[in-house]
Design a protein around this ligand. Structure first.
Ligand code: PMP
Length: 349
């Protein structure tokens, strides 16, 4: 197997891993230090992280029993696949999508089956239902907004995928790592709206993007209690350390901060998209904190290297299946975005 890689190059402008360009608010570190001063370091942390899970549950008007928290949504996904996939089971996904879905599925011994996305990188209700019904994967992933394309699926697509997997006893995992950037407040759709105790649906979220906490490793799943109970059996005891739990609780004190930060990034994304529109590149409309684009007259890999020479790092997707020639740029600070556009203009001139 090949490992999962994202180039870590020493550059001035790093726009390759979809992190938040802004740090958590001022006072965060001091408030955290105060919380940590009261910790019994000789004791194991709360094994089921009840307080954190009930804080997360409050965000979504659900109950603690419907929340599973872990070290980043990657660990959430790993625990889900350890529980519901594995040897002899099949994991379905719509390609191109987040590489870790297929990677972890293979690590746990599952067969990965893929359906291609349409030319606009959308899945669509009809194709989602047809793929699920025909292939009947034990676990089906649907990532919206999708990484690395930024594509947002209609509610009908999620609904159709859910109905199809329910029809044969499968499980639908919707990955909503970027949902805060999808816009259309306040009526924004999330698969969370479809959660029900009898629905075979899990929604994955992360603190790494809109919450600006990529360094911490905190993510969670919202799911029927019968599913979170299984996840708690499978995950290692005390997997979520006390600092992660404390940081999560601290952030939840200002839960609106993630949406405020996301709104600022969405505004910057539109400026970035307008800048790209003035250059010889194709781009795809994004509902995330990044934009996928393809130089129309130059080789994508060569453009990536020339950007690195100018100390700008974006994600090179040019050799990924279905993404020939494509690059992905994370929305950074206004200064970083301006430097990126200037360098790209220079390279493409
Ligand atoms: N899902 C998607 C779609 C992602 O793009 C990422 C991070 N790049 C993750 C999950 C994992 O995020 P984390 O483990 O930091 O929560």
């Amino acid at each position: 197997m090949k490992g999962y890689h994202s180039a870590q190059v020493d550059v001035r402008v790093r726009l390759n891993t979809n992190e938040s360009p802004d740090a958590p608010p001022e006072g965060f570190s001091a408030a955290l230090a105060e919380r940590l001063a009261g910790i019994d370091w000789n004791r194991y942390p709360s094994r089921s992280a009840e307080e954190l899970r009930s804080g997360i549950a409050d965000l979504h008007d659900t109950s603690q029993a419907n929340v599973f928290a872990a070290n980043g949504s990657n660990e959430v996904i790993q625990t889900l696949l350890l529980s519901y996939a594995g040897p002899g089971r099949r994991v379905g996904l719509f390609s191109p999508t987040y590489a870790l879905h297929a990677h972890i599925a293979r690590v746990v011994g599952s067969e990965v089956i893929t359906a291609p996305r349409g030319p606009d990188f959308r899945v669509g209700a009809g194709a989602a239902a047809r793929f699920a019904a025909a292939e009947q994967p034990d676990v089906l992933f649907l990532c919206s907004p999708n990484n690395p394309t930024g594509t947002v699926e209609d509610p009908e697509t999620v609904q159709a995928a859910l109905e199809a997997v329910a029809g044969y006893g499968g499980l639908l995992i919707t990955d909503e790592a970027y949902v805060q950037f999808a816009g259309r407040e306040p009526g924004r759709f999330s698969a969370v709206d479809l959660l029900a105790e009898d629905a075979p649906l899990v929604v994955c979220r992360t603190f790494s993007k809109a919450w600006a906490l990529a360094a911490v490793r905190l993510g969670y799943a919202l799911a029927p209690a019968r599913i979170t109970e299984e996840l708690h059996k499978v995950v290692l005891p005390y997997h979520l350390d006390v600092m992660t739990q404390e940081i999560g609780l601290l952030c939840l004190q200002d839960a609106a901060a993630a949406d405020r930060r996301a709104a600022g990034i969405v505004a910057e994304r539109e400026i970035l998209a307008a800048g790209l529109a003035a250059l010889p590149v194709d781009q795809w409309p994004s509902g995330a904190n990044f934009i996928l684009f393809r130089p129309s007259e130059r080789d994508g890999g060569a453009v990536w290297r020339e950007l690195v020479e100018r100390s700008i790092l974006v994600r090179d997707c040019s050799s990924w299946e279905g993404l020939s020639g494509c690059l992905r740029v994370t929305v950074g600070t206004p200064e970083e975005n301006a430097l990126f556009l200037e360098a790209l203009g220079d390279v493409l001139r």
